[in-house]
Design a protein around this ligand. Structure first.
Ligand SMILES: Cc1ncc(COP(=O)(O)O)c(C=O)c1O
Length: 368
């Protein structure tokens, strides 16, 4: 049985999205002023459990803004996992700072705290924790290291809306945290992002740099080189409608992950697990195939069955612009070459998941 093509991701826009966007159009508030921006920012801050949130135009600039707000600049070293999406590292490079790569833990796929500790030098300014695919990092240890060495702790929560560590939403542990609302994220605004913090001064610095460095005391007077990283009212309108249904979306995603785990439990495909006192929101359900050499064949088999997949991120230290220094990060390399992201969107149906898992099992039978 071949079903209609099953994408890796697609958003669900069936709530108040259209109503709120039409309200923007009808009222002429389509740019970055308008009530939806502040409603979405407030609602999102409350959802995460932080004092402040400021909307921006995507998750990459959210990271850049966070680094700028912390005063990160040329020559500073920022410790970052190599197993991440390229944006985490590029944002560091935009500031002139140097990304210092660390490997991941084999079980959770998150940055290895022991390697973080060993990578600290007198130039280290911050640790950037990335909650990859929705599994939280080991935040209590990372926070302890940051406090002990007086480093900033930045959380890249682009993939971790709804994820919790010891009962608290990710993004509440560090000095500043960022989110992405790209079309395939748990909440989408089309393109969009958010910077959150509990620190009033850091928040004020972030909003200052986000809005062209406009001085508070005089109109059209700018006292720093800022950026236009603002979110539009239309994006915020979509975001607010998405936020109204976030719990339902996350519940659906977790049910999907549970079903994949159940159906693949006696196979050679290992589903990315949830480990520790955490809530893994399963932005993407990912599997590891037994051998890197099988991955392309497995993906090809699924493609032929009408199932779209993605390779897990390749480790960034291996990419040309970051590979000047020879490095090995064996866990990240192993996961990066054996991992596959399976369809993970909230409206994925049970019979589609059964079909995907049956297709995967077909590979196992042929190859073993
Ligand atoms: C870990 C991580 N960081 C940052 C980003 C950047 O977000 P955006 O695509 O909204 O710029 C993403 C997005 O895909 C991501 O997965």
């Amino acid at each position: 049985m071949i079903m209609n093509k099953i994408p890796v991701y697609q958003p669900n826009l069936s709530g108040n999205e259209k109503k709120y966007v039409n309200d923007c159009l009808d009222s002429n508030w389509i740019s970055s002023k308008g009530k939806y921006v502040s409603l979405f920012e407030r609602g999102f801050a409350d959802y995460v459990g932080v004092n402040h949130a400021t909307g921006v135009c995507n998750g990459t600039v959210a990271l850049h803004l966070a680094l700028v707000a912390l005063g990160i600049s040329a020559g500073d070293e920022i410790i970052v996992p190599t197993l991440t999406y390229i944006a985490s590292v590029n944002a560091i490079a935009y500031t002139g700072a140097i990304p210092v790569f660390v490997d991941s833990l084999a079980d959770t796929w998150q940055m290895n705290p022991q390697e973080v500790r060993e990578s600290i030098t007198p130039r280290t300014k911050a640790i950037m924790a990335v909650h990859l695919y929705g599994h939280p990092c080991e935040m209590s240890v990372l926070k302890e290291i940051a406090d002990q060495h007086k480093l900033f702790l930045i959380e890249d929560c682009a993939e971790a809306i709804g994820s919790k560590y010891q009962g608290h939403h990710v993004g509440t542990f560090g000095d500043i945290a960022t989110f992405s609302f790209y079309g395939n994220k748990t909440i989408t605004t089309g393109e969009g992002g958010m910077v959150v913090t509990n620190d009033q001064t850091i928040f004020e610095r972030a909003t200052h740099f986000k809005g062209q460095g406009l001085a508070k005391y005089r109109e059209y007077w700018h006292d720093v080189i800022g950026y236009n990283y603002r979110m539009t009212n239309i994006c915020a309108a979509i975001g607010l409608a998405q936020l109204e249904r976030v719990d339902e979306t996350i519940q659906k995603k977790c049910r999907i992950a549970d079903l994949y785990k159940e159906l693949l439990k006696d196979t050679n495909f290992q589903v990315h697990p949830e480990i520790g006192d955490v809530f893994h929101s399963y932005w993407m359900v990912s599997i590891l195939v037994s051998q890197a050499s099988d991955r392309d064949q497995v993906r090809q088999l699924l493609t032929e069955a009408g199932i779209e997949t993605r390779p897990v991120f390749y480790p960034v230290h291996a990419m040309p612009m970051y590979a000047q220094k020879y490095q090995r990060h064996k866990v990240a390399e192993d996961i990066g070459w054996r991992g596959i992201n399976l369809p993970s969107y909230p409206d994925l149906e049970v019979d589609q998941i059964v079909y995907i898992c049956e297709s995967l099992k077909g590979f196992k039978l042929e190859s073993i």
